[in-house]
Design a binder for this molecule. Structure first.
Ligand code: BES
Ligand code: MN
Ligand code: ZN
Length: 495
């Protein structure tokens, strides 16, 4: 999509469609008033007649003549009490979904006007949200269909703004980069597991650094990981024909001695459960078990485009969890890179086994903060549903930062405890710990397991098992939590 910012009056901007907002009650945005005047009061009449209700995210497409635009798309922004960021995203989603099916090639969006949204949002924030929504809602994943679906007409979007200053352009670009990052995450997640295996993920990292000079990639193979003592990570790939990879991507936009913010992603390209094999129903969705890794890729791509002045290191623990004659058995004891021994009682609790070695490895970067992302437990879906990501942290300030990044990006997290009282559920009769903690508080004991490897730095764990993908008819990667990560990383700039 070609997206540009324009401070020209919408009245004189030629386009196939002009998108405008109408609230359910109260004052209309300036741009809507102007267009209504040009149209001889048409929008007001439609409003009186009830065709335009102003109800949140309702839309009406009206062909018009004698204007620079051949149709207007009127979207409702709801009552005053509806003007929250998440409702603004609903308005934008409705507009983009309508436009992508419409016969228009070129659309103008007059939706960044602050009177369109809640008073809390600046025009810049609105523009970022518009940019992200354009990318997010025009996404398609069609590479595996034998026949390409028909091309969409919409190719150009002009976003109206009060001026085309650098600051507003940057805000729009930030949103577009975030949306494109989400779409990279979705592409990686949706790619079938016979294609998306650890080596392929490594190739995607190399591609990212080829496309963006600011990213350097290093990939460790199993031999190198064995030398480092990553017995826990390697126990997960032991049953697979696909070798594991540890993928490191570095973005250095800050000073050489600025401590980096580290992102660690769980990259299980398929989780069969291993010898503790999963039931068959819905097992295909375990291709999304690399959702943490995919979100790290998406965030890194967005960061490479935005080029903030700080350092970010990404580490992805990529492996496939399969049953076979060489697979790890329940009862096996392995030694992690930290030296701590682990009794594997269930080979399906493999995420923590790959993450613990990656979390030990990242100490070498002397990190300012470490955030890991993982589709770690089914239990977090029981606790928080598919609305919120589970947050765990050994640092209140870091937890607070992630929480507010989640609020402003509408990609929310909710904190759960990792109190010492839960740690005893991981006691093993034979090793330093076991890899499962029983049914109660399954997400918390998984986080407690990780906390044993993260004592030396400020750390947070995000359990995205409920938020990384949609199930059912709309099955597909969600692109979450890329918006959260971008917001979070940028919140460190200048600190
Ligand atoms: N990848 C799964 C977690 C998962 C399950 C995410 C369903 C999304 C939907 C993880 O590796 C796993 O299998 N976890 C087990 C842990 C258990 C064996 C302690 C789980 O959640 O059942
Ligand atoms: Mn598993
Ligand atoms: Zn898993």
């Amino acid at each position: 999509m070609n997206v540009n910012l324009s401070s020209e009056s919408i009245i004189s901007t030629k386009a196939d469609c002009l998108a405008l907002a109408v609230p359910e009650k109260g004052t209309w945005p300036d741009s809507t008033l102007k267009a209504d005047e040009l149209l001889g009061g048409l929008i007001g009449e439609l409003n009186k007649a009830g065709d335009v209700s102003g109800k949140l995210a309702s839309t009406l497409m009206v062909p018009v003549s004698g204007q620079p635009w051949s149709r207007v798309l009127i979207v409702g922004t709801g009552a005053d009490s509806d003007r929250s960021p998440s409702n603004y995203f609903k308005v934008l989603a409705a507009v983009v979904k309508e436009l992508r099916e419409a016969p228009s090639k070129h659309a103008v969006l007059a939706l960044a006007d602050t009177t369109t949204n809640n008073a809390d949002a600046s025009e810049a924030q609105n523009l970022s949200r518009i940019g992200r929504s354009i990318e997010e809602h025009t996404y398609r994943f069609t590479g595996f269909k034998s026949e390409a679906p028909p091309e969409r007409k919409l190719t150009d979007i002009t976003v109206a703004a009060s001026d085309s200053s650098g600051a507003l352009q940057n805000a729009l670009d930030l949103g577009l980069a975030t949306g494109r990052g989400m779409n990279l995450t979705r592409d990686l997640g949706n790619t079938p597991p016979n294609v998306c295996h650890p080596t392929w993920l490594g190739e995607q990292a190399q591609k990212l650094s080829k496309d963006h000079d600011v990213i350097k990639t290093e990939i460790l193979d199993e031999e190198q990981m064995a030398k480092l003592g990553m017995g826990s990570l390697l126990s997960v790939s032991a049953g697979s024909a696909q070798p594991a990879r540890l993928i490191v991507m570095e973005y250095r936009g800050g000073k050489a001695d600025d401590k980096p913010h580290v992102l660690v992603g769980k990259g299980i390209t398929f989780d069969s459960g291993g010898i503790s094999i999963k039931p068959g129903e819905g097992m295909d969705e375990m291709k999304y078990d690399m959702g943490g890794a995919a979100s790290v890729f998406g965030a890194m791509q967005a960061i490479a485009e935005i080029k903030p002045a700080l350092n970010v290191v990404a580490v992805i623990a990529a492996a496939e969890n399969m049953p076979s004659g060489t697979a790890t058995r329940p009862g096996d004891i392995v030694t992690s890179m930290s030296g701590q021994t682990i009794e594997i009682l269930n080979t399906d609790a493999e995420g923590r086994l790959v993450l613990c070695d990656a979390l030990t490895y990242v100490k070498k970067f002397d990190p300012a903060t470490v955030v890991d992302l993982a589709t770690l437990t089914g239990a977090v879906i029981m606790a928080l549903g598919r609305q919120a990501t589970g947050l765990f942290s050994n640092d209140d300030a870091l937890a607070e930062q992630l929480t507010s990044a989640g609020e402003s990006s509408c990609d929310r997290v909710w904190r759960l405890p990792i109190w010492d009282e839960y740690q005893s559920q991981l006691d093993s009769n034979f090793a330093d710990m076991q890899n499962i903690g029983g049914r109660p508080a399954g997400s918390i004991t998984a986080a407690c397991f990780l906390s044993r490897f993260t004592k030396d730095y400020r750390w947070a764990h995000l359990d995205i098992a409920g938020t990384a993908w949609h199930t059912g008819a709309a099955k597909g990667s969600s692109g979450r939590p890329v918006p959260l990560l971008v917001d979070y990383v940028l919140s460190h700039v200048g600190k």
